[in-house]
Design a protein around this ligand. Structure first.
Ligand code: FES
Length: 170
């Protein structure tokens, strides 16, 4: 075996070793990132998006009432329990309506009859935005879309709410 062949062989060995170690380190760095990026896709679908908000259906009237509840939220390794809010009432047909209180203008919180000049309406104090009882924005006020509606279901006489779904611009 010549001297030149031995040098090439050593060089190749070093190249293979460094490539292997480098690849191993790169995989060690990229795998957690990839896992974090696609983790939601790997989660099995669940019915856990609905939360019992602690309101019995028989206690829901035709007057909107504010309901607050907490959800479990996990962002990576950070777990929290943010509060959600809805305005809940029964319409004239007895159907339950659960409206998001988040103003569709710039995200302030609306209140039922929040301004005595506008009874029977939701009022946003930030820029005098208004919505009728069904959550539709009043023309001529800043909001350009109705309040989102919560997905809902009833189980054992209790109201469960899911995601707030945006509605088309009025
Ligand atoms: S944020 Fe509600 S009117 Fe502007």
């Amino acid at each position: 075996m010549s001297e030149e062949k031995q040098q090439v062989s050593r060089r190749q060995f070093l190249n293979y070793t460094l490539t292997g170690v480098g690849g191993f380190m790169a995989a060690g760095l990229l795998a957690p990132m990839l896992r974090m990026a696609i983790d939601p896709v790997l989660q099995p679908p669940s019915d856990g998006d609905y939360v019992n908000v602690g309101l019995a259906v028989e206690d829901i009237t035709t007057t909107p009432q504010r309901v607050d509840w907490q959800i479990e939220q996990v962002d990576g390794w950070y777990e929290s329990q943010p509060t959600r809010t809805a305005w809940v009432y029964k319409d004239d047909s007895g159907n339950i309506v659960a409206l998001s209180p988040i103003c569709t203008h710039l995200g302030c919180v609306v209140s039922w009859e929040g301004n005595e000049s506008f009874p029977d309406q939701f009022f946003c104090p930030c820029h005098d935005g208004r919505y009728t009882k069904d959550g539709v924005n009043v023309p001529g006020t800043p909001p350009t879309a109705p309040l989102p509606l919560y997905e809902q279901k009833v189980e054992n006489g209790m109201l469960y709410l899911g995601k707030a779904i945006s509605r088309k611009e009025a």
